[in-house]
Design a protein around this ligand. Structure first.
Ligand code: GLU
Length: 467
């Protein structure tokens, strides 16, 4: 087969990029890259009332953050209205679509009557032309919609890349509205024209669209357009087993960026959520692209696991370049109004990142450690009472004395600490714990000499004096 692989993601700009859409984008992107194909970004902005530029900007920013580069786009549907109109006109001319003047009230009445008879509440086809049929007189002042002549019976079947074979009978669906009264095409129609024009070979999307696919296949057929292959990915469930939604925590890609996740961790976690390659839990973009061939996609919904995501993120933070982390931490610190001087402070920040990254699962957590080196530190009262006892106070005084004259670097600080231990007979933890509590506000920190060195002489002496 020589068909060029072309995939797309087609978000509606009616909000941020949802995690489910981000995952579908990721699969579409990886699939195209795996097969040396192309990936298209299309903005489905025909819901004019709900589409916003702010949402478009957020979607683009999220795609950029995740590194999902597209070969074409963003293509905006609202800039393609002329093309949709031309296709609709042709369908009408071919007798494959028609104007429908039924008012909402009439449609409601039909629906109610059908329901009362225990039938499916489908459109009754009153404006659908047929040989020998007389259509109702065109009412004045009613703007028509355009409906697609859906085949009245027969099965629509496709072999879904994710779900396997699916069949829906045409009697289950009705003549779909393809153009609204305002002249703007509906999703199911615009999506077909676009996927056709953009030569999309594989459509990955959320399984909430399975019910739309038979209509779309019928429209492709009516247009004489080749069918793409469809793969419908199951929804993502929240950790409570319900559909992942705003009420149940962050659902936007942007929120995770703000909360201190690394894009490569997010990419890894999202890809693994609903797809697997053996037992691999940690993989980079190149591996994903090498492995992702559209197989091994889960048929059943995946459950969002914030704890696992944190774990994945922690693995990437450990490996991350310290200079890069320093940049990310500086952004987080700025949110706490802590400004790091780029000229004089960057090297210091890089060292702090190196010292603390092993114990942090987000850059927010890393920034909260590092903030202790810039802002005020208030030791936890209970920890202070526990560790800063009368028994260690003389040792602390001696340490202050030694530190105030020692060269301010790790080795010399270590020597000063040792001298205090020898002079007082205390064990390392007996001295280290109170020093940590006073200097960083908590008894659990990385190696004491490194912490003191990076905290700076003046701050250390002032904080140690706070007994
Ligand atoms: N705009 C649709 C959505 O965001 C796209 C669905 C599709 O990929 O066909 O759900």
């Amino acid at each position: 087969m020589t068909q060029k692989i072309r995939t797309r993601i087609a978000p509606s700009p009616t909000g941020f990029l949802h995690l489910g859409t981000a995952r579908t984008a990721l699969y579409s992107w990886a699939y195209a890259r795996h097969f040396g194909g192309e990936f298209v970004l299309r903005i489905e902005d025909t819901d004019v009332a709900r589409s916003t530029q702010d949402s478009v900007d957020q979607i683009l920013a999220s795609m950029r953050w995740l590194g999902l580069e597209y070969n074409e786009g963003p293509i905006y549907q609202m800039q393609r209205l002329d093309r949709y109109k031309a296709v609709v006109d042709q369908l009408i001319a071919d007798g494959k679509a028609y104007y429908c003047y039924s008012t909402p009230e009439e449609l409601d009445a039909v629906r109610e009557a059908k329901k009362a008879r225990g039938e499916k509440a489908l459109y009754d086809g009153r404006w659908r032309p047929a040989p020998g049929k007389t259509l109702p007189p065109v009412p004045e002042g009613v703007k028509p919609v355009v409906r697609f002549c859906n085949p009245p019976d027969g099965d629509v079947s496709w072999d879904d890349l994710v779900k396997g074979p699916i069949t829906i009978n045409n009697r289950e669906i009705d003549d779909l509205i393809i153009v609204r009264t305002d002249g703007i095409p509906t999703y199911n129609f615009a999506v077909v024209v676009d996927d056709w024009d953009m030569q999309i070979s594989h459509v990955f999307r959320g399984d909430e669209h399975i019910n739309n696919t038979p209509w779309q296949i019928n429209i492709f057929n009516a247009l004489g357009a080749p069918l793409p292959q469809f793969g419908h990915c199951p929804i993502i469930l929240g950790d409570d087993g319900q559909k992942l939604s705003k009420r149940r925590g962050a659902v936007s890609v942007t929120a995770y960026e703000e909360d201190g996740y690394l894009p490569e961790a997010m990419l890894n976690y999202l890809a693994r959520l609903g797809w697997s390659h053996g037992d691999e839990e940690l993989f980079n973009r190149e591996q994903l692209v090498a492995w992702f061939d559209g197989t091994h996609l889960n048929k059943s919904p995946a459950q969002w696991d914030p704890v696992k995501l944190l774990w994945v993120n922690a693995q990437y933070i450990k490996q991350a370049d310290n200079t890069r982390l320093a940049g990310l931490v500086a952004t987080q610190l700025a949110k706490q109004n802590i400004a790091v001087d780029v000229d004089s402070g960057t090297e210091h920040l890089v060292k702090l990142c190196a010292l603390f990254k092993d114990r942090c699962d987000t850059t927010v957590a890393l920034a909260s450690w590092i903030a202790k080196f810039y802002g005020e530190v208030t030791p936890d009262a209970a920890e202070k009472a526990q560790h800063v006892t009368d028994a260690v106070r003389p040792a602390l005084t001696l340490l202050i004395e030694k530190l105030s004259t020692c060269a301010w670097e790790k080795a010399a600080i270590a020597v000063a600490i040792k001298e205090v231990l020898t002079a007082t007979g205390l064990k390392m933890p007996q001295l280290a714990m109170p020093v940590r509590v006073l200097v960083l506000g908590t008894a659990q920190t990385p190696s004491l000499d490194a912490v003191l060195e990076l905290c700076g002489k003046e701050k250390v002496l002032a904080r140690l004096a706070n007994v």
